[in-house]
Design a protein around this ligand. Structure first.
Ligand code: EPU
Length: 338
């Protein structure tokens, strides 16, 4: 095991904030991971498993070990007339996996094109975009229990998926490392173009009967136009979740703010576009030092160059406070804060 000390996290997290971890190591096999977790040097030390580093914000140095999953590769597990089951290792880049499937006409994840990060990070927050969530196509998750080192498979139901939620973020937080994910994809895909901006983009592209490649291309186009490229401008995608409120509260808000943007949610609730709420509070495009709110999508906080994690976090606190004051709605951070 190669253990690096005082390791800078700037280049392996997409916020690119300057922070250091006491130790850093990478695993590319299950055996290697077992050795790492049982090594005497790391005994009792807090650790964080990192994939693409695209949904985390470190507000200070981390006095523990960062363990990076670098297990790549994928394999077809089985197939029948309609479905194909593909297992992808946790360290595989998510978008590369999407393209692998789209190029073979295996449908189901094309709407999730261009999401940064790795396959192994996907189930933790049940990544979602343009009308599709990971839970819609996930068959099972292979994990290692960090305490017993046993391998355990979680079925889709056992993952307890919700909007940007799973068992791995809640009751089992920190107890399992995701090794691989098996997806159930469709060999006769039926594109899902129900999301407003996606159908509009396809229309603008002059496509009325889209293939999954067309859907993937349209999603790539929308994302590239609205969301900043983390290699050019540090960010972690949506910083907050879209909040869900009871219908009665929504009706009251709508009477005060007739243009409020909302989406249907589970029965009795309405989901609000947090980007709209933040924009209405005047934050869109605002900058405090090197921390800012993106000019095209207010849900995304950015690091212009040298913002610290703490400064970005403080900006997020100010945003939460002003949205609470104006709309009485409590925004919740979506990014994992350490
Ligand atoms: N809006 C504004 N101002 C803004 C941003 C958005 O008014 O600055 C309003 C617009 O009316 C827009 C609506 O909000 O039509 C929805 O915006 P958008 O389609 O960009 O989606 P979102 O709700 O802001 C969510 C996800 C994104 C995902 C998109 C598309 C969350 C927290 N975010 O954003 O996911 O790509 O939908 O499905 O659910 C991510 O999780 O990192 C992420 C980027």
């Amino acid at each position: 095991m190669k253990l690096l000390q005082n390791y800078p996290l700037q280049d392996i997290t997409t916020f690119h904030a300057q922070v250091f971890a006491k130790y850093y190591t990478v695993f590319s096999s299950v055996d290697f991971l077992r050795k790492t977790l049982t090594s005497p040097e790391l005994k009792g030390m807090p650790f964080i498993i990192l994939g693409g580093g695209s949904n985390v914000l470190f507000t200070g140095d981390f006095n523990g070990v960062i363990i990076r999953n670098a297990m790549e590769g994928m394999e077809v597990k089985s197939q029948d007339e309609n479905n194909i089951y593909i297992k992808a290792n946790g360290g595989e880049k998510w978008h590369d996996f999407v393209l692998y499937c789209v190029n073979r006409n295996y449908g189901g994840i094309e709407n999730l094109s261009l999401i940064p990060g790795t396959v192994g990070a996907g189930p933790i927050q049940n990544i979602g975009a343009y009308g599709v969530e990971l839970k819609d196509v996930l068959f099972e998750v292979e994990t290692m229990n960090v305490h017993t080192l046993e391998i355990r498979n979680f079925s889709n139901a056992e993952c307890k998926f919700g909007y940007r939620e799973s068992i791995f973020k809640k009751e089992e937080k920190g107890n399992y490392i995701i090794l691989s994910v098996t997806f159930k994809l469709n060999k006769n895909p039926k594109p899902n173009v129900s999301y407003g901006s996606l159908s509009k983009e396809l229309e603008a592209m002059g496509i009325s009967n889209p293939s999954i490649k067309d859907v993937s291309n349209a999603v790539i186009k929308i994302r590239s136009s609205k969301l900043p490229d983390p290699d050019k401008l540090g960010n972690a995608g949506s910083f907050f979740k879209n909040p869900t409120i009871p219908n009665a509260d929504f009706e009251k808000l709508k009477s005060e703010h007739p243009n409020i943007v909302s989406f249907p949610a589970t029965e009795g609730y309405t989901k609000l576009a947090a980007g709209w709420l933040i924009e209405q509070c005047g934050w869109k495009g605002k900058r405090i030092g090197d921390a800012g709110v993106h000019k095209d999508q207010a849900l995304v906080l950015v690091n212009y160059a040298n913002a610290t994690g703490k400064e970005i976090y403080e900006l997020s606190t100010k945003i939460i406070e002003s949205v609470k004051e104006k709309f009485g709605v409590e925004l919740e951070r979506e990014v994992n804060i350490f």
